[in-house]
Design a protein around this ligand. Sequence first.
Ligand code: ADP
Ligand code: MG
Length: 229
Amino acid sequence: MNVIECKNLQKEFEGDGTTTVAVNNVNLSFHKGEFTAVIGTSGSGKSTLLSLIGTLDKPSKGKITYDNEEILKKGKNKIADFRFQEIGFIFQQFHLLPTLTALENVLTPLFSRKVPYDKVERAKEVLKQVGLLDKMNALPSQLSGGQQQRVAIARAIVHKPSWLLADEPTGNLDTETGAKIYDLLKELNEQVGCGVLFVTHDPVLAAKANRIITMKDGNVLSDKVGATI
Ligand code: ADP
Ligand code: MG
């Protein structure tokens, strides 16, 4: 998949008689291989935008096209297949299954899927890519926060997605570990060609990106390519 386009994208949440416009008339395009940061204060709509792009949620108005195809208009199975093929997610809380080893966690996206490669070999390959092959039999509780996030990254890329969507992936990590996680994302972006779209609060981390999108109250305040801070 080469191009993601958000057209007049809008997401509203109803509650207690009020409507929150989490994403307000957003128009953005993303191209294959980009390394993009989304910044903005808490509540500005960053996570909602990422969920919409990742097909985890549906817009209230407007649309998203993936190579001109409106996937969200399709049935649940088609959307799930699309997500499996094209998208990998990383979250602040890692979301590893505590009773599974690192290797087993990385294998989870492949459990119920047919793939044209050996699943265990592929899982080992990505664990090697994130520098954790020697920890493949460790449980999450036996790993540091940075190592757990590396396992989560391996799990996010094991099925060879075109896009990696990361929502504050270093929110639970110290500065130095966080910087290393971003270096790893950049490496994957350059070596595997995975487009990366990441949310962060931290302007220093955002400055590692080639493109910085700033959100405020659901709106895109600025969209700078090749920006430096
Ligand atoms: P950010 O990730 O930038 O902190 P969010 O996208 O999480 O912002 O939220 C944007 C706005 O939408 C906030 O006002 C938030 O309270 C609201 N919001 C997000 N998700 C929901 C939801 N599921 N139900 C109701 N309101 C929501
Ligand atoms: Mg958020």
